[in-house]
Write a protein that binds this ligand. Sequence first.
Ligand code: GDP
Ligand code: IMO
Ligand code: MG
Length: 430
Amino acid sequence: MPNVVVVGAQWGDEAKGKVVDYLAERADAVVRYGGGSNAGHTVTAGGEVFKLHLVPSGILHAGVTCVISAGVVVDPSILVREIRDLTMRGVAVSNLRVSGQAHVILPYHRLIDGLEERSRRRSAIGTTGQGIGPAYADKAARRGLRMGEFVDDGRRADAMRVRLEAANELLTKLYGHEPLDIPAIITEYDAYAKELSAFVCDTAPLVAAAARGPKGVVFEGAQGTMLDLDTGTYPYVTSSHPVAGAACVGTGVGPCSIDSVVGVAKCYTTRVGAGAFPTELTDSIGDHIRERGREYGTTTGRPRRCGWLDTVVLRYSAMHNGLRTLMLGHLDVLSGLDTVRIATKYRMGGLETDDLPYDLAAREDVRPVYEELAGWSEDITSVSSFDELPEPCRAYVARVEELIGIPVWAVSVGPGREQMIRLPGRRIVT
Ligand code: GDP
Ligand code: IMO
Ligand code: MG
């Protein structure tokens, strides 16, 4: 197995968890490189559904080292709960490792996330409320708390007190909020720190060694390219870098160690939260996709906004991530439509363009230009080879490849491991 980055090519929830689980079978390590518990990665195996927020999606494979690396922001209360839940369901977590350089989400981050959203009023981002933005802001301002210090019994209480006192100043003076109960939080977090200390270490040498080994590493992206702090629809984005390049920041490898980048996309588009979405459907087709695809958030349960596939977005994603190949999923969801559409270009200010405008979030004049293709009506959820898919469905995949300019390595027809279908002759390293 080469070293592969799995990255969301759209606005998140593309089924990265499923692809990582699939590839992890032959890997030595799986490394989550960004985001926090805003992520919700679903892995369906043996009829059981696992919704992972912080634990890497390789955890169901015994013998695979699962690393939460420096770029992730870790909410100890959520990680402890996730570890307990997995253990209760018979999944061993002894191969989990957490970087001592990963930053800690404390209760005030979550609180401030909510308060900032309220103060944005009509321009609220629709965050997941997990404290992600405030935690990354503290990291960038060089006042964050890292996991290494958090699990150190000699330093934790003082480190937390200083930060909680500063947070209380902000909460009471700026937001008129009640101050947090500092001793109670320190006591609560003592218990989390004790439970997590066994997992915290210097993870970079482990990842570097695995990347040099024969089995290789899967780098698990969270969120998606269009939610990236720089490449996404700013300011309606998350506060980290979901793009593939971030797999080489603080994980233990540099760019020359990466053999391939796999983009994950649905054959339509979804978005949770506010912000630009040129191909959004607010009609019965949008409802068809939401209901058939069960498009409700894994983390928040919110209904996802749904729309046609946007290949302007996918070309943009291919460029920013250096995509070598694509996993195009959820083909089963489009079954039952007479025709299906693909956005091939945008029309803006009377002109047509193939490229995504850098200021998409601020533009009101962007209209997708669609191409209409024949739909397919069959239930394809038990199809196991590409050749058995209905002809219009195969033609759809071929047209997407043409429009994006990169090969599709696999498609999927349902959430299960066995519902991933490899395309004949296609490889991850191209
Ligand atoms: P992630 O955040 O990228 O890992 O994706 P999520 O887990 O948030 O969302 C993907 C959802 O689609 C999950 O509920 C999966 O179980 C489900 N899913 C994955 N692949 C397919 C597919 O091919 N067809 C259908 N119908 N559902 C799928
Ligand atoms: P996975 O890894 C879909 C969205 C939120 C909001 C914006 C900012 O499961 O694909 P945040 O809480 O990060 O400050 O919210 O980003 N968002 C996601 N949308 N999938 C995700 O993760 C997301 N993580 C954040 O809905 O619009
Ligand atoms: Mg998700």
